[in-house]
Design a protein around this ligand. Structure first.
Ligand SMILES: [Zn+2]
Length: 244
């Protein structure tokens, strides 16, 4: 079975596998892609938010409260005012290095280098594994003081140790245009040190489509890449890569 992917905005995506819908970091959905996806029919809907920043978590996802099996949130969201409106019986907060499961999914969380968590979601029926980084990245701001840049690198590399060897069918990872020449440093190390089989780049609103430069992948380890820009843009991830 293929994975059907829809880009919402920033780090927001829908992943559909059959009747299973996973929504990640839907802070804004100008094309109403989630509503359209629900209208096509579904068995289960899980809504993830990696952390509380406005560009990852927004209360409008409460519109899907009736349809959602679970809201699965990074621990920092619990402390926000917006979180109070979510139904406690179907809202799960995850600490770092936490795990949660039901009959359909197993979810593991990792630490971020910014706020909240990143998620590794395993679909039990098919064994598919999907990683969503949230704001985990090597935030290397080129104009910043050397000391801060070193701290950012250390934080990133420390967390990468926990992710080393990770196997996933698909990873969503930031390649943020604001980082200029350093925008793909985090993604490059992430791809080198894990075994992800396809990469979707995110968190780069307003910047041109990113394509991997020569040398981005280690020799013989190239994987398919999708760098969406238009809200509502869709791809199917098949055995042959991302198909329009
Ligand atoms: Zn962000």
């Amino acid at each position: 079975m293929n994975l059907e992917l829809t880009y919402l905005m920033n780090s927001g995506f829908i992943v559909r596998e059959g009747g299973l819908l996973l929504v990640f970091d839907d802070f804004r959905d100008p094309k109403e892609a989630v509503r359209r996806e629900l209208a096509k029919g579904f068995d289960r809907l899980y809504i993830f938010a990696s952390h509380a920043h406005f560009d990852h978590f927004d209360s409008h996802i409460l519109d899907y409260e009736a349809q959602a099996s679970h809201f699965i949130f990074g621990y920092d969201i619990r402390r926000t005012k917006r979180a109070k409106a979510f139904p406690a019986e179907k809202t799960q907060y995850m600490q770092t290095y936490d795990a949660w499961e039901d009959d359909a999914l197993h979810v593991a969380s990792f630490d971020s280098t910014d706020a909240g968590v990143s998620f590794l979601v395993a679909i039990k029926r098919t064994g598919r594994r999907i990683f969503h980084a949230g704001d985990f990245n090597w935030w290397d701001w080129i104009g910043d003081m050397a000391e801060n840049r070193k701290l950012a690198e250390n934080a990133f590399r420390k967390q990468m140790k926990k992710l080393a060897g990770l196997e996933a069918d698909l990873a969503f990872f930031p390649v943020d245009g604001r980082l200029e020449g350093a925008m793909d440093k985090g993604a490059k190390v992430f791809c080198a040190e894990t075994s992800v089989r396809a990469l979707v780049t995110m968190h780069s609103v307003g910047y041109p489509v990113w394509t991997p430069p020569a040398g981005f992948f280690e020799a013989g380890r190239e994987i398919p890449v999708w760098s969406p820009r238009a809200e509502g843009e869709r791809r199917v991830l098949s055995a042959h890569g991302f198909l329009a």
